[in-house]
Ligand binder design. Structure first.
Ligand code: BJW
Length: 235
């Protein structure tokens, strides 16, 4: 049994949404299985072939909005924990889906952006989007076509709200990483930032990754996440 912390930061990755039917990135049949990463996840790829990138995200947005996809028990367990916990709680997700908010999570940062948002390249204004869009779509602020891009963070770009995330990491006494391979900086270093202030660090993942957390729990998120957070509430 883990003793109850006063301030918790949780990081989630694609693994938490896998059992909702959304593919992870690096699995053999994952989101990048039929693409070169540099073609669909870099500013250079977008500049070279915007239509390919628009279609990649349009297809994922259509899937997210379909009736097949809904939050699972891991998303719900985090929302329940946040609601019942009497300390500080910040949920940072690398995922661009909206399953955490649909499950009821509130104090949430999408550090790699959101699939249901687009951004104007001129004004940097961000808009909600629930349909396909592409090079020919006219922007709501400047009225021109060719100015809209997915509001996501690609390689070489700065993740969102890093100041807020770092402050929370530096002041937490528990850091929990769920369903992420730990391949992508800066999220891959969050556990080390938390450790500097002696926070306990926990990994919940299907399999153990290379990072050295204080505690590793292996198993599907729909089992490990409800069990871990229920036990924390009872501690
Ligand atoms: C389960 C499960 C189940 C499965 N239950 N678990 C050399 C050159 C150029 C750049 C760099 C370089 N070296 C380092 C960099 C930096 C670079 C980087 O990290 N590159 C590495 C590839 C080397 N990072 C960046 O460029 C970042 N920006 C940056 O560094 O800015 C500078 C800066 C920042 C901060 C301070 C100061 C300076 C930006 C990174 C942006 C990443 N963007 C993407 C795409 C987002 C849009 C989209 O969705 O398409 O984000 S890439 C992709 O990877 C996506 C994910 O959020 C991210 C992480 O993936 P995740 O979630 O870990 O998924 P998987 O598939 O890898 O793993 C799934 C895990 O789940 C596995 O472990 C499974 O076991 C597990 N799992 N089923 C539990 N049921």
């Amino acid at each position: 049994m883990t003793s109850r912390p006063r301030s918790i930061v949780v990081l989630t990755g694609a693994g938490i949404s896998a059992e909702s039917g959304i593919e992870t990135f690096r699995a053999a049949e994952g989101l990048w299985a039929n693409h070169h990463v540099e073609d669909v996840a870099t500013p250079g790829g977008f500049a070279k072939n915007p239509q390919l990138v628009y279609e990649f995200y349009n297809q994922r947005r259509r899937q997210l909005l379909s009736s097949e996809i809904s939050p699972n028990t891991a998303h719900s367990a985090l929302a329940k924990f946040e609601h019942e916990f009497d300390g500080k709680f910040l949920l940072v997700t690398q995922n661009v889906d909206n399953l955490h908010e649909r499950a009821g999570s509130q104090n949430l940062i999408h550090m790699h952006g959101e699939l249901l948002k687009m951004r104007c390249l001129n004004s940097r204004l961000v808009f909600d989007v629930g349909t396909d869009f592409d090079y020919d779509t006219h922007c709501r602020c400047c009225g021109s076509a060719g100015n809209l891009r997915p509001h996501v963070v690609w390689f070489g770009e700065m993740p969102l709200q890093m100041n807020r995330i770092n402050t929370a990491l530096e002041n937490c006494d528990m850091f929990v990483s769920i369903g992420t391979s730990g391949n992508v900086y800066p999220a891959s270093e969050f556990y080390q930032t938390a450790k500097i202030r002696k926070a306990s660090t926990v990994e919940l993942n299907l399999e153990r990754t290379g990072s050295s957390f204080d505690q590793h729990v292996c198993g599907p998120a729909t089992e490990s996440v409800p069990q871990f957070f229920e036990s924390l509430l009872r501690s």
